[in-house]
Design a protein around this ligand. Structure first.
Ligand SMILES: *[C@@H]1O[C@H](CO)[C@@H](O)[C@H](O)[C@H]1NC(C)=O
Ligand SMILES: *[C@@H]1O[C@H](CO)[C@@H](O)[C@H](O)[C@H]1NC(C)=O
Length: 268
């Protein structure tokens, strides 16, 4: 009796799918198509609720009832602020003057600290003003990332949230832990800042905003004043509480004065 020769399959020789395998592939594709269609229908019927499960809550602005959280949200997401100081420039001595100042409350992607760090140089009028009188106010708006514009809300409307933080610029001494932290936060979000501090003669120095008052204007009814304690305690990672019928605690876009019309929103 002769043993039949069994040829060894060569390494990487393409395998031809047998009829059975092909049947499984067809079945797999059919099941996938049915599953995807079902998920798409479900998502459409539930007004996109399915997709929202996968959205990052940390990125969405908090509802207008959470003032401290909104303040922290704006501070944490901001890469820059409008900073007002009392002018020392001869022609406008004592006038309010503004500038754009790059800020960071943490390194990019790191947890919010709520403390605004920024670099100043005496070559710039803002630092000169603050050198004489370190009182300042910064303004941050939800439209800094075009949230209001993209939702049909004019930036001046109260529903386009903004905060005005007043306080004092405190210089941070080089060599301290806080200096290291603030510098790292600034370098992470503003790679250009590394060049600023390295440029001879410009003498950029690191400061932080020591807060006196936080005014939050969000929704109708005038500004709300958030205490520094409430502001520091606000946790951006904590899920927002439900507002009215809005079980998800999401920010609603009210229709008054804006070009969007949403019937579901009730005005307070
Ligand atoms: C801070 O101190 C370190 C170590 O002495 C020095 O290398 C660095 O240039 C200083 N930074 C500034 C902005 O002066
Ligand atoms: C803010 O300034 C006050 C008064 O100078 C000081 O006592 C306080 O420690 C400062 N706060 C922070 C967070 O640095």
């Amino acid at each position: 009796m002769t043993i039949p020769a069994v040829p060894y399959k060569k390494f990487s020789e393409p395998t031809v799918a047998t009829v059975g395998t092909k049947r499984w592939i067809v079945l797999y594709i059919m099941v996938s198509v049915i599953l995807l269609t079902t998920l798409a229908c479900w998502n459409n019927l539930s007004n996109g609720a399915l997709l929202e499960i996968f959205e990052d809550d940390g990125e969405a602005p908090p509802p207008h009832t959470e003032y401290a959280k909104m303040a922290r949200y704006l501070v944490h997401t901001a890469e820059w602020v409008s900073m007002g100081s009392l002018s020392t420039v001869a022609a406008i001595q004592g006038f309010p003057m503004v500038n754009i100042i790059s800020v960071a409350d943490s390194a990019r992607g790191e947890k919010s600290t709520g403390v605004l760090y920024f670099y100043l140089t005496m070559l710039d009028y803002t630092a000169q003003d603050l050198h004489k009188d370190n009182r300042l106010t910064v303004m941050l708006t939800l439209d800094q990332n075009k949230y209001c514009t993209n939702n049909g809300i004019d930036p001046m409307e109260p529903t386009c949230a903004r905060i005005m933080i007043s306080g004092r610029a405190d210089k941070i001494e080089n060599g301290t832990e806080e200096y290291k932290f603030g510098q790292n936060a600034m370098f992470s979000r503003h790679p250009a800042a590394k060049k600023w501090v390295e440029t001879d003669g410009h003498n950029f120095f690191l400061c932080k905003l020591n807060i006196t008052q936080i005014a939050v204007l969000d929704f109708y009814g005038g500004p709300h004043y958030v205490t520094v304690e409430d502001y520091m305690a606000a946790d951006l990672d904590k899920k927002s509480v439900a507002v009215n019928n809005n079980v998800n605690g999401e920010r609603q876009i009210p229709p008054r004065f804006s070009t969007t019309t949403q019937e579901t929103t009730t005005l307070v």
